[in-house]
Design a binder for this molecule. Structure first.
Ligand SMILES: C[S@@+](CC[C@H](N)C(=O)[O-])C[C@H]1O[C@@H](n2cnc3c(N)ncnc32)[C@H](O)[C@@H]1O
Length: 218
């Protein structure tokens, strides 16, 4: 979501006509898809350790959950790459656009959509191989009134994601924490709840800068 003129506000930026504007923005589509491809490279980053890249032509397709899937730009790339995708979003206005576009997507039978909060995803434990989240994870704490509340939500979410993932599960997050303290709060929520990982900042001093969290289940 780099190079954006104004910082999006949750939920207003994604409701009603704003969800239509979001979905019809060619710039947004290009940007989300490009970032998703980068996250897929990070999914098998050897700094997390050597996890062999699956070959979906011979291996069973992996389940991946797209956390905050919006109108499905990232989801579309994941389907094209052969994953079985569970798209999760808390806003009907955004998720309904994926439902409309689904018929034109490759491998559409490999897609399930769930209207739910990332904080608690109603799926069985150990049912998902990996998770990805593009430009959404910073919103999970939007209701919190204090740093303490934020930390609690971030910890509970990390715990729930830990349960959801199978052994060797990985999570790649591209997001917009508001400052280094908030980034540290999100990072330690994962470190203290069963994940190893690290942060990558790309062009940190530029408006187009992006922050990635690369995580693997211990
Ligand atoms: C920038 S948009 C979506 C980006 C998405 N990668 C795409 O390709 O369209 C961010 C999305 O995160 C969703 N979101 C924010 N907080 C959420 C939460 N707690 N649970 C689920 N979805 C959430 C919003 O509803 C919005 O659709």
């Amino acid at each position: 979501m780099s190079n954006r003129e104004s910082t999006p506000k949750f939920p207003d930026s994604y409701l009603g006509n704003n969800s239509l504007d979001y979905d019809s923005s060619i710039w947004m589509e290009r940007n989300q898809k490009k970032t998703t491809l980068l996250c897929l490279q990070y999914l098998y980053d050897e700094r997390l350790d050597n996890l062999e890249k699956p070959d979906f032509l011979k291996d069973d397709p992996f389940f991946i959950v797209d956390l905050g899937c919006g109108t499905g730009f990232s989801t579309e790339i994941l389907l094209e790459r052969g994953f079985r995708v569970v798209g999760v979003d808390v806003l009907h206005d955004m998720l309904s656009k994926v439902k409309t576009k689904k018929n034109h997507m490759n491998n559409q039978n490999n897609l399930e959509l769930i209207l739910a909060d990332i904080n608690f995803i109603p799926l069985r434990s150990s049912s998902i191989n990996h998770a990805i989240s593009i430009s959404a994870y910073n919103f999970i704490t939007h209701r919190a009134k204090s740093v303490r509340d934020k930390t609690k939500i971030a910890n509970n979410t990390a715990k729930n994601l830990y349960k959801l993932l199978k052994p060797n599960g990985r999570i790649i997050i591209e997001f917009y924490p508001k400052d280094d303290q908030e980034l540290e709060m999100f990072t330690s929520s994962f470190n203290t709840n069963g994940f190893n990982g690290f942060v990558i900042k790309q062009n940190p001093n530029q408006k187009s800068g992006q922050t990635f969290l690369l995580l693997k289940k211990r």
